[in-house]
Design a protein around this ligand. Sequence first.
Ligand code: 5GP
Ligand code: MG
Ligand code: MG
Length: 181
Amino acid sequence: MSLINDMEKILISREEIQEKVQELAGTLSEDYKEEFPLLVCVLKGAMPFMSDLVKEMDIHLEMDFMDVSTYHGGTSSTGEVKIEKDLNTSVEGRDILIVEDIIDSGLTLGYLVDLLKYRKAKSVKIVTLLDKPTGRKNGLSADYSGFVIPHEFVVGYGLDYEEKYRNLPYVGVLKPSVYGG
Ligand code: 5GP
Ligand code: MG
Ligand code: MG
């Protein structure tokens, strides 16, 4: 048994992800070297990305975690945003970098950016590993983005299908048979 047998294809390999994470971390370290940013990991999907990213950032930073859900176990967005877990840290006057796994409709992040600004963050920026611009339902764009991908449902490197596949070190598309088809 290997999880790779459930994959229709691998979109982004482990090596490509590692290389991109290093590149993003280099840029972020330069841009935030004066700031002591607060990195906000959007659970659970951004956990592997956050973990790898901060290890490559050679500056002082603080981490916190938030869980806002829009998808509820399925494969399509409801646009409904719910705070499952809030931050422990005050964002007032802080430079915030939201760390996301993927931006599709942009509704989750649109909500989050507005919330952090309302709470008087000094700046709010977004780094996302994956971007599906064709899915966008608002004008949102990431300040830092790893890969632009087609409008397909992907899993791996934090992204799940019914809570599974988050632990894959690569990003791929599942075989239709996995969805019970
Ligand atoms: P958005 O609000 O931008 O439509 O979607 C935000 C969240 O939906 C992402 O953080 C992620 O949890 C989930 N999502 C969006 N596209 C995909 C996808 O292709 N695969 C998986 N597994 N989750 C996705
Ligand atoms: Mg997410
Ligand atoms: Mg999910």
